[in-house]
Design a protein around this ligand. Structure first.
Ligand code: CA
Length: 235
């Protein structure tokens, strides 16, 4: 018996050994690589269940590792990134990474993120009718109907589209650019103030529909990057 296989790609020996050792002690089956080339070889040979990836590698940019893996598989990728490098985090998420932790990180936080990503990857891909749920919120795309606690919620078309993007990404970080392009179209990407206004309005409507619950907390700002969607909680 062995646990999920995790590939740790990180050139800093101290960080890599600490992370790999801790994960191995928690019954993960861990492979290590100290550069992008070694990481891609291990990826090809082992097909791990999850990749922990440092973006600043000595031979190639970590982003190229993300793109390579994404051409072949949806394997969860958790990025280890330096504090203050918001542009790097955004680039990694847009290239297909699933989440990130900021250095210096606590190993407990890394393990929690790893467990959440593996749980999500193992879940069925969703309701056959395409119905999206998170807590008390339900969105039925075939009827374009949203309910909160079973009561229909009136939304504008943009608010509806925004909520749909949010509900389709439980536990993930959605960058400002990705949401803007999805809801307003490809010409957008920098108009962060639109998004801020719409998210505030949407959260207010959710709160009005569910004053004693936590529907409004379905999404929270991730400063400088975008919005984090909470994991779908059963209502
Ligand atoms: Ca590094």
């Amino acid at each position: 018996m062995s646990g999920p296989r995790i590939l740790v790609i990180e050139d800093d020996d101290v960080t890599r050994s600490a992370v790999a050792g801790n994960l191995a002690a928690h019954d993960y089956d861990v492979d290590e690589a100290a550069d992008a080339a070694g990481g891609l070889l291990a990826w090809d040979a082992e097909r791990p269940d999850l990749i922990l990836l440092d973006l600043g590698l000595p031979d190639r940019d970590g982003l190229s590792v993300i793109r390579h893996v994404r051409r072949e598989a949806a394997t969860p990728i958790l990025v280890l990134s330096a504090r203050g490098q918001e542009a790097d985090k955004i680039g990694a998420l847009e290239a297909g990474a699933d989440d990130y932790v900021t250095k210096p990180f606590g190993i407990g936080e890394v393990r929690a993120r790893v467990a959440a990503l593996l749980r999500r990857a193992g879940q069925a891909t969703g309701d056959p009718a395409g119905i999206l749920r998170n807590g008390s919120i339900m969105l039925d795309p075939s009827r374009r109907v949203v309910t909160v606690r079973g009561e229909e919620l009136a939304l504008t078309p943009r608010e509806y589209e925004l909520l749909k993007q949010i509900l389709a990404a439980p536990g993930r970080v959605l960058t400002h650019g990705r949401l803007l392009r999805a809801v307003w179209g490809t010409a957008y990407g920098k108009e962060g103030h639109y998004l801020h206004v719409y998210v505030s309005r949407l959260r207010r409507k959710l709160e009005q529909a569910d004053p004693d619950g936590d529907a409004r907390d379905v999404v929270a700002a991730e400063p400088g990057v975008g919005y984090r969607v909470r994991e779908s909680a059963p209502d």
